[in-house]
Design a protein around this ligand. Sequence first.
Ligand SMILES: Cc1ncc(COP(=O)(O)O)c(C=O)c1O
Length: 361
Amino acid sequence: MASGSTISFIPGPVNPSPEVMRALSEPMPYHRGEEFSRMYEEIIEGMKPLFGAEGDVVVISGSSTAGLESALAGFARDRKVVALVDGKFGERLAEISSLYAEEVRKVRSEWGKTPPQEELEASLDGADLLVVVHNETSTGIEHDMDLISDLASDRGVDLVVDVVSSIGGIEVRGDRWRAKALVGGVQKCIGAPPGLAPVMVRDWEGYGGAPYYLDLRRYRSSAVGDLKQTPFTPALPLFAALRVALREIHSEGLEARFLRHHKTAELLREGLEDLRVELFARSGELGKLSDTVTSFMVPNPEVVRRELAKRGILVAGGQGPLKGKMLRVATMAGITEEDVQLLLSELRKVLRSEISPEVLP
Ligand SMILES: Cc1ncc(COP(=O)(O)O)c(C=O)c1O
């Protein structure tokens, strides 16, 4: 979405709408009073359909990683964990789990491809918990969570899902996946400023031993009852902004929003194909191309990125081992088809003039 003369296609934080940003400067309510309680209740109820589940929603003041650690510290502790690792954020789930778990087995593949289904199935034997990123932001793969969650539940393996870069843009089906917990992000498809971590716990059994600030049971205790509160001082302006972002989402309607994300991503993929630009990620047994992040390869990606930035178009580079190897474009939150058209036409100019005329028709 546009900010001044710049359009950001960074896969989060996105630029929130002006109304959401305005909420940041509203007078702050007393965080132990009724006004905040009403705000928090609206956020909790507004988040449930996004998680696709009925469960306990709490919001931690901290980035999404705080939410991930709060869930993994409690559910992975002393357990045998399997982590699906085909990108940076899968690796992160494995890393956090390893601080708490008895053992972490990684089911790996080259980043941008998903591992074979049979490898995941084999690794689940004797495991207690599977941890998966729904939408791998570093590569642009949406994992097939219907399939993966069935593989886990058929074997009695619990599931924790990172839905940070899918929630609000791609359907999340927490109840269908029978997930113990799901951890979201507000700064991507929800279109709010960064700094809050919404977490849904569907089933508390087995949760225990999380660090003091990240113990989700404290958040639940404060959020039940007549006065909805957080156990520690909440980042009040961020809550106010999140409330407005959720109102915008529900007035658009979830189905319409998912369809919009799908259409903008399709337009982008088709446009890249017209430019004969090769997509980086590959669909596989366990996942397909994401509707919120698209990764692709161009000659000299960092030069292309800088040239686009000079033209007011911000795109992201690769992360970790993919740095300098590809570019990533988000179609999240407020990004429109017109924004994507503009990106494609600027990309065409950059590729034609600056980089490599031969890649163009
Ligand atoms: C899938 C995924 N998980 C986790 C994170 C970490 O989020 P944060 O930096 O807000 O802690 C990100 C951030 O990009 C992400 O895309």
